[in-house]
Design a protein around this ligand. Structure first.
Ligand code: PBG
Length: 330
């Protein structure tokens, strides 16, 4: 017997064709959701300096970008808006003519049911203090008073035609309240994608520029501690019990272990699990690539593959259209 191994895994890596044949994980455009920003009063797209290639859209460019994403085969759109006026309770969020609700109407009018139109359901873009909820007399985020605002916001978004609402404020009971509000208004057709395991992450930094956040403190009293994995399962279980149709882990790359655990427990039980490749993940790769330190296209696809491999059924990514283009050329 020779000393050479009989098992030679390298045989299955020899050519591009055989690698393709045995590849376990796929990334498909339909699994990707594009987060989009729209800025009230903008007359042209405004570049976001910390997210090269991403813009705050004006009404027109938002519609055009939505069409482009649909044509690229992207699975859905997640809308965020930057209002020109903010106040303590985030009035713009529930105003039927507020920038986000108008954007939902615009996008639905443009692409209708050809894609899945989702909207962030949170007050942080609309409050002058920048928190995801309303504050109590002591200046702390008031959980239950915030829930009432979320219920109204869900109804405004449903009225505007959204397919999926994405409660992202990490208030206790938010999914139950949103579900009840929608059902009570005869809108049991609107789905809930719950930002269930959302961590208090430094990787949201560039997003704060993107939405012109007025936050001065942090969100650690409502978003999860990066140290905690088990707690994510508790949060997801609560959201599913409260009626979440899909759940999300956020950020993605630093939380692949959490994603795997959530996928094993819930994706396998039929609850689609999403992961959000957040602004800081986008900026890190973009900046390194701009310096010539990373191959941009390979890093983008590798990061998306890693997130899918860890169990994400759906990935929110600012590269959704870029990645669809790269995948089409593969
Ligand atoms: C809250 C919200 C945030 C993000 C999505 N929804 C900001 C936060 O929680 O501080 C961050 C997304 C990103 O960083 O790409 N409305």
């Amino acid at each position: 017997m020779s000393g050479f191994p009989a098992q030679r895994p390298r045989r299955l890596r020899r050519t591009e064709a055989i690698r393709r044949l045995v590849a376990q994980t796929t990334v498909e455009p339909r699994q990707l959701v594009l987060p989009m920003f729209v800025k009230e009063g903008a007359t042209a797209p405004v570049p976001i300096a910390s997210m090269p290639g991403v813009h705050q859209h004006d009404r027109d460019s938002l519609r055009k970008a939505a069409v482009e994403a649909v044509q690229a085969g992207v699975g859905g759109l997640m809308l965020f808006a930057v209002p020109s006026r903010k106040d303590a309770v985030g009035s713009g969020a529930t105003d039927p003519d507020g920038v986000l609700n108008r954007a939902i109407r615009d996008v639905v009018a443009e692409v209708g049911d050809d894609t899945v139109v989702m909207a962030d359901l949170c007050l942080d873009e609309f409050t002058d203090h920048g928190h995801c909820g309303v504050l109590d007399a002591r200046g702390e985020v008031d959980n239950d008073a915030t829930l009432a605002r979320y219920a109204d916001m869900a109804l405004a978004q449903a009225e505007a035609g959204v397919h999926v609402v994405g409660p992202s404020g990490m208030m206790d009971g938010q999914v139950g309240v949103v579900r009840a509000a929608l059902d009570g208004a005869g809108r049991s057709d609107v789905a809930v994608l719950a930002y269930s395991a959302k961590y208090a992450s430094a990787f949201y930094g560039p997003f704060r520029e993107a939405v012109e956040s007025s936050l001065t403190g942090d969100r650690r009293s409502y978003q999860q501690d990066p140290a905690n994995a088990r707690e994510a399962l508790r949060e997801v279980a609560l959201d599913v019990a409260e009626g979440a149709d899909m759940v999300m882990v956020k950020p993605a790359l630093g939380y692949l272990d959490v994603l795997r655990q959530v996928a094993d427990a819930f994706s396998s039980a039929g609850v689609p699990v999403a992961a959000y490749q957040v602004s800081g993940e986008y900026s890190m790769i973009s900046a390194a690539a701009a310096n010539g330190w990373l191959d941009h296209d390979r890093a983008v696809l590798e990061s998306l593959t890693a997130i899918r491999r860890a169990g994400a059924d759906i990935v929110l990514t600012y590269w959704a259209v870029t990645a669809a283009g790269l995948l089409a050329r593969q």
